[in-house]
Write a protein of this length. Sequence first.
Lengths: 173, 652
Amino acid sequence: MRSPDIQGSSQSGASMKRTEIEIMDAEKVERIIDNHRCEPGSLIQILLDIQAELHWLPKEALAMVSEKLHVPMSRIQHTATFYKAFSLVPKGRHEINICMGTACHVRGAPRVLEVVQNLIGIQPGETDAEMKFSLGTVNCLGCCALGPVMEIDAERLGKLAPATTAGLLKGYD
Amino acid sequence: MINSPAELEKLRQEILSKRDPGTTRISICAGAGCLATGAGKVITAFGEEIEKQGLRNDVNIKGTGCPGFCERGPVVVIDPEDICYLQVTPKDVPEIVAQTIKEKKVVDRLLYVDQTKNEKAVHEADIPFYKNQERNIIGNNIKIDPKCIDDYLALGGYSALAKALFQMTSEQVVEEVKHSKLRGRGGGGFPTGIKWEAARNAPGDTKYVIVNADEGDPGAFMDRAVLEGNPHSILEGLIIGAYAIGSHEGYIYVRQEYPLALENAGIAIKQAEEHGFFGTNILGSGFDFYVKVHRGAGAFVCGEETALLLSLEGKPGEPRARPPYPATRGLWGKPTNINNVETWANVPLIINKGADWFNQFGTERSKGTKIFSLVGKIRNTGLVEVPMGVTLRDIIYKIGDGIPGSKKFKAVQTGGPAGGCIPEAHLDTAVDFDELTKAGAIMGSGGMIVMDEDTCMVDVARYFLNFLSEESCGKCSPCREGVKRMHQILTNITEGRGKEGDIELLEELALSTRSASLCALGRSAPNPVLSTIRHFRDEYETHIRDKMCPSHSCKELISYYIDPDKCGACRICPRECTSGAIIGDKNQIHVIDQAKCNKCGTCFEICPARFGAVIRLSGKPVPAPIPEEMRVIVRKRNPKREKQDAGNLLTD
């Protein structure tokens, strides 16, 4: 069972300032809920859209969903912590996802992960204090010929080796 | 909007008449694998070059579905000559256009070279990777731009739908599928026709049909390739199934990790709607059917059908006990039929060509072809479609071209986290639903991960149990606790804390978890443990008794050491070391500071072969570093060699 993202992670003052959902974001959330015609069955689809738009699920957004869909907050929390795609803490400016699929695993993905962890100083599921990187692992990106594979934002980088990984993380701000 | 089969045929003829078979066509794989290796840039480069050469009206360029040869992507096929170029980069494009398109000459260096015979293969069909396959499902991918319905129609698309709706009763459709003996491709292997019949006979007016594209097995991407590359084949199968069962509403459940599959499925549905394949009165038959796409949110267990249904309802996907089966009580409590992507893709073929045609492929109890994703330590990573019954050896050696490097094959893992590992001695096992089960694995959805001598089997079991303990939904305790404890024991063994009795305890836990868990995730979770114990018990014992990992893979049980007699003091490893653990300078033998070493293996991989000085030790102590004063290498002057080393420093 996966422990929810809400625990752990090196959140600092930077994220605390962002807990109040901004008006602009609130409008976005409202639009997303309306797009799904407020159907309770669309809960997961709505949460996915909010996640894609804001890169996390702020509490205020979940409260709006709960109110408009007439779904209790407990079920929204249950859903949001059950599925891996959701994050209850803000994500950094760049999302790194390291593929931990079987093909990548036998080709040395754990060693790549360790090097990245050491370089940016956080564990999978965490975001660094500067909100620069969020680190995550995924189970398979389906590009097994390129393994080990890492995804930074939408870009896929393949055939990684521990020695070359450090260079790939440069150039992000 | 097409209102009758005659109109459909008319449209098809119109499309075909506009297409001169002699026109030059450049097809570039635009599947997720090739896109990640730069296929997007290759497509743009072709567009620009064709424009530049003023050939826009003579040449047709398209990004297509994945033909499966991911190892050598981006793949480019030029028709009508059927020339297959591999690993094409934008830099190659001007030459291809100048030589092949304009001069009709083949660019030799981009062809596949058969290393054993030293022969070049011009056509796709001559490449051993393709030659030994039977590509009923993915064979069309390279001919189709998935974003263009006309390509599918040109190949006879939706004619099976017209046949089912106008020439067959819904009973006949079910009978044909039953007669084909098609079995579910998602891993369960349940006969599709019988499943359809159950849903058809279930009482109720509202029924649902669902495409399960929540391909969660790590290392498996068959469904992604079919949905991305030929989405209409799945839609056509789905509508036929809906007609057979009497359903008017369907869902396609796609995992959100597949953005391109989601995009292409969405476009395909829209185009199919515009053509009248979805909606009311399909092709004028009076049959109505609507479909929606639902994105999964990253939970492996949602591939299990009862969990998938809850997820569709917007709830956490926690499986429930069966019966009742979804055929009687499924989505929103209504009869529901769920099939895997590949199962649906087989349906139009069966309807068009008949069950007898389908029956010619495969074995007695497993009919048809199956797509496997052949990955891991294999030369030709990619998607492989073969008739059931082909041996593992043929897939790995004839199609996959064996193990890269001079490494030795150790095992092949089939069936994803629910599957098992098969050793060399069982390589002649025929691949079908039943034979793989006898060998202690399963066929599953079609993942095939090849492992060589450097892969530790205890670590593989630990890997899968880690995966499963994270993905277990936690609803039933045998799975929640059993998987976690097995993972804990396996972690202890791989980290040198294994003790006598661990193997027996693992076996006991495995059997209880298998018999007491609620859903297939828990019931099959022990498979990776049991199959590795069955075939590789000695590896477990070595880990436990000698604190040694024979594959030199378990980090806590190995050390890296530089052999002072072999070290050439080339300064490559101190520079590349990711933890700054290597001390050494010019003419000074390099030494690894064991306290700092993070065992990433970089030094081992980059030490030039002419030295081969870095060795891995397991189960024995690391020799003490040689004293500082003995580390100086006194060289005879060899200007040539020095120059070479300097060159290496710059290029390595």
